[in-house]
Design a protein around this ligand. Sequence first.
Ligand SMILES: [Zn+2]
Length: 91
Amino acid sequence: MKRSEYLKRSREFRSYLQSEAAKPEAERRFPTRPEDWFSVEAILTCTTPTCVVRGQGFSHSIKENADGVYRAVCGRCHTPITDINLQLEED
Ligand SMILES: [Zn+2]
């Protein structure tokens, strides 16, 4: 995905999530299928010193959140991953 397309789509999706979250709970409509949730490819690297996959980058699709913060957890040590590099093409 191109960086400009990502910025536009992620901003729109976050705005949509925030508007739904502002509604009374019974009226909120969030995507029910994972493929309908805006996501982007990223390289995730665990930095936990004792983890067997420390320093190895894994390609994974990660989902947009209303606050704009991407979250992922290492599949081996189950620690939150802080090294998340979005795979975007420059325009
Ligand atoms: Zn790990």
